[in-house]
Write a protein that binds this ligand. Structure first.
Ligand code: SDX
Length: 433
């Protein structure tokens, strides 16, 4: 139940000589908030906070991040414990429902997801409209946006049963969609899911099995895939999650809201950073070129930044990067791959963390720094990396969307502005200009 904040003080703001008091509210962990919703009504002024560096958009009970300490909790559970001890579908249940499932609850949830992994056959024809060299994120944005055309039966976000069915369909069908996108880019036939396989096993088989030979499941790679999905599942009010909440605030159905989230995630400053990071590691190519790129990333006249480094919230190690680096070693050992990319990544991390610029600005590796190394070693093309991020983040998006819908204090999101354009003036006919 949302609305578990409690007032622990007041803040007084003097606006044009008038003192106005605002409640200071506290939650379970993290900074208190000043509730300013009455500011405009009482003082006729707005707050202004481009990038929302000091602005909370909602109360949430799903994910907590402590950027200074490098802590990430999902419903109170530390991300490293979930990554090491849980499974992606179990974390999906936790994010959606607030508690870890019992064995029966998990069996029922996993069974429900399994029943919805197939796609409407006419969706397959949807792919024929794309060029083979379309960017996978272009195809994902298009196909997720089209889901409401194929599953019109459950779209009313105000109906708990309908929206829960839409969430299950999205969680279940994202791997099938993502695998079809990969196969389409490869010019290979689509592979359908098999119900007896786990979520991670199914996805890898739909991507990499070919009719000509029996596909051998690798438990290590399936476990690594599942762990990568867990590490990307949710992350508080990031850009794409805020996009989902804002889209959903108009009453737009879950498929439309998630499609908006997919589009927002694509940006290189956000989910597109994993693709950009691997391209950067490839461009660096060898450890002796690292100083050149570190110098460029500090040069204000150069737009180059170290992709996979820095974070709006983490001013310490992103705890996901730590787990991701260990997973990279597991996967590369399993595959017997000795890629120079991992050596470049580790040396780049070491040199950057010794550099005053990065230390002063508290720039550390984030979730995207090592993920690309693993996905590349598993055989995914770089352009597929953000699709996998979106696949995993879907459980976070639907959980956050649902929390928004069930929050009685929430209404349509409609930020204001400060206007600095032309003062009011009368129209001048073109004959007089
Ligand atoms: C994700 O929000 C989330 O939770 C996102 C995410 C999730 O799970 O949803 O965690 C996933 O998006 C991770 C971030 C992936 N993006 C990248 O790796 C792209 C590279 N990183 C940067 O573009 C940047 O660090 C951001 C976008 C992540 C954060 O940007 P901010 O918070 O707006 O910080 P900023 O751009 O104002 O940078 C502060 C300073 C600047 O220098 P000054 O102007 O103060 O002199 O740090 C510098 C920046 O130039 N800086 C970097 C840098 N990141 C910031 N300098 C070099 N290389 C970098 N990577």
């Amino acid at each position: 139940m949302i609305n578990k904040t409690k007032q622990t003080g007041t803040a007084t703001l003097n606006v044009k000589g008038k003192d106005i008091e605002f409640p200071i509210m506290s939650g379970t962990h993290g900074p208190d908030v000043v509730d300013v919703k009455r500011l405009y009504a009482e003082a006729g002024v707005f707050t202004l906070d481009p990038g929302f560096t000091s602005t909370g958009s909602c109360e949430s009970q799903i994910t907590f991040i402590d950027g200074e300490k490098g802590i990430l909790l999902h419903r109170g559970y530390p991300i490293d414990q979930l990554a090491e001890q849980s499974g992606f579908l179990e974390v999906a249940y936790l994010l959606l429902n607030g508690e870890l499932p019992t064995q029966n609850e998990f069996r029922e949830f996993a069974g429900l997801v399994t029943q919805h992994t197939l796609l409407h056959t006419q969706m397959d024809r949807f792919f024929d409209g794309f060029r083979r060299d379309s960017h996978p994120m272009a195809m994902l944005t298009g196909t997720v946006g089209a889901m409401s055309a194929f599953y019109p039966g459950a779209m009313d976000s105000s109906d708990p049963e309908e929206r829960n069915l839409a969430y299950i369909r999205l969680i279940a069908k994202m791997p099938t969609l993502a695998a079809r996108i990969y196969k389409y880019t490869q010019g290979q036939r689509f592979v359908d899911p098999i119900n007896e396989l786990s979520y991670g096993e199914n996805f890898l088989r739909m991507c990499f099995s070919v009719p000509a030979e029996k596909y051998k499941i690798s438990p290590t790679l399936a476990r690594a895939m599942d762990k990568i999905f867990i590490l990307h599942a949710d992350h508080e009010q990031n850009a794409s999650t805020s996009t989902v909440r804002l889209a959903g605030s108009s009453g737009a159905h879950p498929y439309a809201a998630i499609a908006a989230g997919v589009a927002s995630l694509w940006g290189p400053s956000h989910g597109g950073a994993n693709e950009a990071c691997l391209n950067m590691l490839r461009e660096i190519g060898s450890v002796d070129r690292i100083p050149e790129f570190i110098a460029r990333s500090k040069d204000k006249s150069d737009s180059f930044r170290l992709m996979g480094f820095g974070h709006r919230v983490y001013k310490n190690y992103d705890p996901r990067a730590t787990v991701m680096q260990k997973t990279a070693h597991d996967v590369l050992d399993e595959l017997g791959i000795d890629t120079p990319i991992l050596r470049v990544a580790k040396e780049l991390e070491r040199l950057a963390l010794e550099d005053d610029y990065f230390r002063e600005k508290k720039l550390y590796p984030n979730v995207d720094f090592y993920s690309g190394v693993i996905l590349d070693a598993m055989g995914f093309p770089t352009e597929m990396f953000t699709v996998l991020f979106a696949l995993a983040r879907t459980v976070g998006w639907v959980s956050q969307l649902n929390e928004f819908i069930e929050d009685p204090s929430q209404r349509i999101g409609r930020p204001r502005q400060i206007y600095t354009g032309a003062a009011q003036r009368d129209f001048v006919p073109i004959s007089d200009r």
